[in-house]
Design a protein around this ligand. Structure first.
Ligand SMILES: [Zn+2]
Length: 284
């Protein structure tokens, strides 16, 4: 019973954090403050009332439309709220009502925000990464005193991991640039890997880059290109044209952060097991 109540409470907290994450995703890429002013409808300027700001519920009650002008409210809002709610719930089920669960939930929320802004705007706002680095390192000190460092890196490993993560991805970007003869990666990926390295330490930071490098082509070739190609081919009936035009992502810098973010979560939760398994089968 108490377990169920705690789960409901954690889920609701997650929904509210998700609601705030929507504000960050919407405003940081534009260089706006997330604190003020209050949210308004971008079309008619209608101020969003508190009763219209309840995660998921309000969107459903309003049937996805502004109460002022009837303009559509993106389904991105309730989806992000639900995703963050589920992330927080998953952290609770895995780690219980602990400080570790809180750290995992907050980090996963930041990484989701980074994934979404990188996919949508091809940039990683400093708001996410500066907060991420400070949060991870400060909480690593607290966790040490509480005696629950795992699965995060301890403070000293966090400092080294931050430098190794940022340095390693900078090297990958530099070599990519030499090879492709054009900018291959944004500086945002370097700041993202500083956060990730601080969270998981140097070894799993390298593993994160490796997993990201495996995920990226699989997702791009397996999901993104076929989907965008099919969508365009249906319109124009010309597959070649579609393939050429599908490269909104092809012509730009690769939004590697989209893949590094989930890779970081995998490395945090399963990295030690993956590395132990690899050392065993490779005989290193
Ligand atoms: Zn409106």
């Amino acid at each position: 019973m108490i377990e169920t109540l705690a789960a409901i409470y954690v889920f609701i907290v997650g929904l509210c954090v998700g609601s705030f994450l929507n504000v960050c995703i919407g405003r940081w890429p534009e260089g706006l403050s997330v604190v003020k002013p209050r949210s308004r409808c971008p079309k008619c300027g209608h101020k969003i009332k508190a009763s219209e700001n309840i995660p998921i519920v309000s969107w459903l009650m309003l049937r996805g439309r502004c109460s002022g002008c009837g303009d559509r409210i993106s389904i991105q809002y309730p989806i992000v709220e639900l995703l963050v709610g589920l992330l927080w719930l998953a952290a609770f089920f895995q780690f219980g009502l602990t400080f570790t669960a809180f750290r995992v939930a907050v980090l996963a929320t930041v990484l989701l925000g980074i994934s979404l802004t990188d996919a949508k705007y091809f940039l990683i706002p400093d708001g996410f990464t500066v907060f991420g680095v400070l949060f991870v390192i400060l909480t690593s000190l607290i966790a040490l005193f509480l005696g629950e460092a795992e699965p995060f890196a301890r403070p000293w490993d966090a400092m080294i991991g931050m430098c190794v993560g940022a340095g390693a991805i900078a090297i990958v970007g530099w070599l990519g640039e030499v090879w492709l003869k054009r900018p291959a990666m944004g500086f945002g990926d370097v700041t993202l890997m500083a956060v990730v390295g601080a969270a998981v330490g140097p070894t799993r930071a390298l593993l994160t880059i490796f997993i990201g490098a495996v995920l990226a082509p699989v997702v791009l070739l397996g999901v993104v290109y076929p989907l965008s190609a099919r969508g365009l081919a249906d319109d124009k009936g010309q597959t070649e044209l579609a393939l050429e035009a599908s490269g909104g992502w092809k012509k730009r810098e690769l939004p590697f952060g989209v893949f590094l973010a989930p890779a970081a979560v995998i490395a945090l939760l399963f990295g030690d097991a993956i590395i132990a398994w690899y050392l065993r089968i490779s005989g290193l």
